[in-house]
Design a protein. Structure first.
Length: 289
């Protein structure tokens, strides 16, 4: 990218403020203590320790090669969602309900706030569906949790940044441990390797199966777990103007993804016909995963 290109800056007013929601509701979100007697918090840190140990440039490239063959199984969207009934996210400190419940919680809140955007409702429903990798041999440390860029220095806002990367092989590699690492300035997030997880997998799966969701939906799915960027403000030096135009959609989506986790459990069977209609419209039939 030419040095003369002007990169858009983020308006601080668009930043999500969890403290406001916490003050209004009493709920807490994204609490990652270094030490805790809570077994859920201990499980969360262990998942991130494994993630930050094993997710290297080479590891992420291998995962792209393995999973983007889309030869694991075939399934409809709804059948895959039902399978998530059996999955608890080991990196999430905010909920212990099955992921299918969180999917419908998110979708319904989006539907309430944006009644005219069907594609947004469906995005909320399927945003975590890539976690189905956990049923096909993928460990949770490369399925769930916040994502981060590999191939350059590990950003300061990454969860457990100072206590979990000490055994990562890229940490002391001069090709990868500088600000830009192996990337040109403002190359665009589409041209960087983000740690492997359900976001990246689901994005490529939908593209492979010719889903007709708009670019905004695919972008939300691909980067909604990229908290060090859209919440922490890191990696802006790798973004291009397209990324800076799209971040507002990530932030809008995140309101419903994060803040629905303490709400009542929806009647999934009653809601299924509406969402099946959206599936039939945007990503119908038996898909290759």
């Amino acid at each position: 990218m030419s040095g003369a290109t002007k990169i858009m800056m983020l308006d601080p007013s668009e930043i999500i403020r969890p403290e406001k929601v916490q003050a209004e509701t009493g709920w807490t979100f994204r609490d990652f203590p270094e030490e805790s007697d809570d077994p859920i918090k201990q499980r969360v840190k262990k998942t991130y320790l494994d993630m930050h140990t094993y997710q290297t440039v080479d590891y992420v490239k291998r995962k792209h090669e393995e999973w983007r063959k889309f030869n694991k199984f075939e399934s409809t969207i709804m059948a895959a969602l039902e399978k998530l009934n059996d999955l608890i996210d080991e990196a999430d400190p905010d909920t212990s309900v099955p992921n299918i419940v969180h999917a419908f919680q998110t979708a319904e809140r989006i539907r309430e706030a944006h009644p005219d955007k069907e594609w947004f409702h469906l995005t909320g429903l399927i945003h975590d569906l890539g976690k189905i990798m956990a049923f096909y041999g993928e460990p949770q440390f490369s399925t769930v949790g916040d994502t981060f860029v590999v191939g350059c220095e590990f950003a300061p806002s990454i969860v457990y940044r100072n206590s979990t990367f000490h055994h990562n092989r890229d940490l002391n590699n001069p090709k990868y441990n500088t600000k830009y690492g192996m990337y040109p300035p403002n190359c665009g997030l589409d041209n960087v390797y983000v740690s492997w997880g359900h976001d990246e997998y689901m994005y490529h799966m939908l593209k492979h199966n010719n889903a007709t969701l708009p670019d905004e939906a695919l972008y939300m799915i691909r980067y909604h777990s990229f908290y060090p960027w859209h919440d922490g403000g890191d990696y802006m030096h790798l973004c291009n103007n397209y990324d800076m135009q799209m971040i507002k959609w990530i932030k809008e989506f995140n309101k419903f993804d994060l803040y629905t986790k303490q709400e009542k459990i929806p009647d999934i069977e009653v809601l299924k016909p509406y969402y099946q209609g959206l599936i039939d419209k945007f990503c119908p039939g038996l898909l290759k995963w």
